[in-house]
Write a protein that binds this ligand. Structure first.
Ligand SMILES: NC(=O)C1=CN([C@@H]2O[C@H](COP(=O)(O)OP(=O)(O)OC[C@H]3O[C@@H](n4cnc5c(N)ncnc54)[C@H](O)[C@@H]3O)[C@@H](O)[C@H]2O)C=CC1
Ligand SMILES: O=C(O)/C=C/C=C(\O)C(=O)O
Length: 480
């Protein structure tokens, strides 16, 4: 069976333990490759490599570093089909989504930061006639990047690109649930001629490799995307070591439909914001609040479109709903559907695991599920499910829907549907979320600050925020 390898010091290496973890295809439930079960000793090798590479990489001009990232982006483009297929098999997502969103975005991340670093500048402060201060933005040394399974290459590159562009060397850990495209990327890095030790990819479990990165005193800065509980564990270890942290965590995002919206557009986009990637995007709008006067109309139009969303083999071009990522995750999502019933919810669509034919009979598929009749503040409506499950709740006033929207511990993203711009600004201002979309969803400009409030995270990534995060300011004051 195919064995993924670590990428350390520019070379492909087996884990020192020589043990491997099974890697599953979620659409068949079968093991199809093996992942290094690395540990702290492999991370230590990566640290040695990164330390040795840092002086040269950090002294390479921003232009050259940027060009290297753009070269890797071009190789991603040339390998689009191979990477999209690998992502679909590894994660269970429809190949059409991997081909049009995940892989192109991975390329954009590298290109964006490869060019952004060439325009990055720092400040100077003139003290009239007395002194001039200039601020240097210095790379930290070795950055740790830990990424999740839902958008594997997309989020992996979202972290490593700004870290490398800024002149850091990186030790990166993709999710052990979806390691394949990070491995394929390491092959492209070697092909591009990325100097040895600049990027090191160590595969394995979070509690071993992730914990070793978090605990390692030579890694002073960590960027993490994943579950809120894991973020808390990382913060507990890293904070007393005074590490710099960026935590992109969970969400339980409101999707607010006012009666004066363009209903057709609101329904079409809400289908996407509910069920794209089987609802496994931290930005999905899983709580849909609908103004009572159009509740039945929205519900009817929405349910009609949900009926068209059939689960299918992710490698089939026509499939819009693939498999969820793992058996454990499927069981978690199904347990929330059961909880919703216990909390008084009515299942309007879906609600079950789906058994497909042939080799997909043993895959992990869940029907897109729509539930109504729940209290806005019950567990189903406040805990992150992270699957193809949404709830519909009517509201009467703006004040009431703001209370609903803000009632969870999360504050990542929100969507507002209205044709009344004054209302849109007013409501946006009162929602406690890091990202607000008005009459759209997941419309991404990579220059904008990205991240959440409350338990959705700490810090912001994207654009200049990411380049500032991965650099440490040093002020030099020169007496005139
Ligand atoms: N982007 C997001 O908002 C994501 C949210 N989640 C949420 O988290 C829940 C749990 O999913 P998991 O797969 O368990 O996500 P996770 O948070 O455990 O995994 C994310 C990454 O963190 C690593 N990790 C795990 N434990 C670690 C530790 N102690 N130290 C350092 N790194 C560690 C994992 O190996 C993976 O690379 C999901 O059901 C979902 O609700 C999961 C993935 C992405
Ligand atoms: O940067 C984006 O466009 C999307 C980011 C999504 C996540 O961070 C997530 O789902 O975890």
């Amino acid at each position: 069976m195919f064995r993924i390898q670590n990428y350390i010091n520019g070379e492909f290496r087996a884990p020192l333990s020589e043990t491997y973890i099974d890697n599953y295809n979620p659409a068949t439930g079968q093991v199809y490759s093996l992942i290094p079960d690395s540990d702290a000793a492999d991370v230590e090798l990566a640290v040695l490599a990164a330390k040795a590479a840092f002086p040269a990489w950090s002294n390479t001009s921003a232009e050259k570093r940027g060009k290297m990232l753009v070269k890797i982006a071009n190789l991603i483009d040339q390998n689009l089909e191979k990477l999209a297929k690998a992502e679909s098999i590894d994660n269970g997502k429809p190949i059409s989504l991997a081909r049009t969103v995940d892989i192109p975005r991975a390329s954009s991340n590298l290109e964006f930061f490869g060019t952004a670093i060439q325009h990055f500048s720092s400040e100077s402060h003139y003290m009239e006639g007395t002194a001039i201060n200039y601020t240097l933005r210095r790379p930290y040394g070795i950055a740790g990047c830990i990424s999740p399974w839902n958008l594997p290459l997309y989020l992996f590159t979202w972290k490593i690109a700004p870290a490398l562009a800024a002149g850091n060397c990186v030790i990166a850990k993709p999710s052990e649930i979806t390691p394949m495209t990070a491995y394929l990327l390491s092959e492209l890095c070697q092909e591009a001629g990325l100097p040895a030790g600049v990027l090191n990819i160590v595969h394995g479990y979070g509690h071993k490799v992730g914990a070793a990165i978090t605990e390692n005193p030579n890694i002073p800065i960590i960027s993490f995307t994943g579950g809120t509980k894991t973020g808390e564990t990382i913060a507990r270890v890293a904070a007393p070591m005074f590490k710099k942290l960026s935590l992109e965590l969970g969400g339980k995002n409101p999707n607010i439909i006012f009666a004066d919206c363009d209903l057709e557009k609101a329904i079409a986009t809400s289908i996407n914001s509910s069920f794209a990637n089987q609802g496994q995007i931290c930005l999905c709008g899983s709580r849909i609040f609908i103004e009572r006067s159009i509740y039945e109309q929205f519900k009817e139009g929405f349910l009609a479109k949900v009926q068209d969303l059939k689960n299918g083999n992710p490698l089939d071009e026509k499939t819009k709903q693939g498999a969820v990522v793992s058996q454990a995750h499927m069981e978690k999502v199904l347990s929330y559907i059961q909880l919703a019933k216990e909390e008084g919810g009515r299942i309007l669509a879906g609600g079950q695991q789906v058994k497909l034919d042939g080799e997909n009979a043993t895959g992990w598929f869940i029907q897109p599920t729509v539930i109504e009749g729940l209290a806005y503040n019950c567990r189903t409506n406040t805990e992150e499910i992270f699957g193809p499950v949404v709830t519909l709740t009517p509201f009467d006033t703006e004040e009431e829907v703001l209370e609903y929207a803000n009632c969870t511990d999360y504050g990542l993203a929100a969507t507002i549907w209205t044709e009344n711009l004054t209302r849109a600004h007013r409501v946006a201002h009162q929602i406690k979320s890091g990202i607000i979309w008005v009459n759209c969803w997941l419309l991404r400009d990579l220059r904008t600050p990205f991240g959440g409030m409350k338990q959705s995270g700490v810090g912001r990534e994207g654009g200049l925020e990411a380049l500032r995060f991965f650099t440490e300011p040093q002020n030099v004051c020169v007496k005139l």
